[in-house]
Design a protein. Sequence first.
Length: 212
Amino acid sequence: MKIILFGAPGAGKGTQAEKIAQKYNIPTISTGNIIREAIKQGTETGLMAKSYTDNGKLVPDEVVIGIIKERLAQADCADGFLLDGFPRTIPQAEALDALGFGIDTVLDIDVDDEDIVARMSGRRVCPTCGNSYHVKNNPSKDGKTCDGCGTELVTRKDDMPETVLERLQVFHTQTEPLKEYYGKAGKLVTVNGRRSVAETTEEIFAALEERK
């Protein structure tokens, strides 16, 4: 199974990626993680990426694609993989196709913007131990402090409604055109991410089994 996981920030990709990877015994490949790993290992493309990150710049497509190519060529990807966070643009998707790894399915987790803002603005994080809560779906016992260490919970800047709306705008502009790109190729499957985690997982597994 060679899968791309697609969806807006806050759509639940990370949660579903864990479940898919576990069921099909394939590695989850997150762009951010593999760039950090390539830098750590000092690969040629990792060193190129470091020259950009050290200067606070975005790593350009050609470097990211080189790192993706290195990672997908590793032995644990021989029976499949799950790409999370790549591609983000049409040029990245075209470059991925050119590498010849043969993507089977592009899973799109569909969630309304209003639901995403509600989900993300309701997150509360412990600045000490990193535990994450949600004011509605997963509150701490007293709703104010961490159950683990008692530190007062905070809202991250990334989860502020205005920041979430900015991230969604970038997603709609840059990344959403990929739906049409992969739809034309017959690879796009859209699942309902507005339901419970378990129900969304069930729909994802059913869709993947149909395409095996």
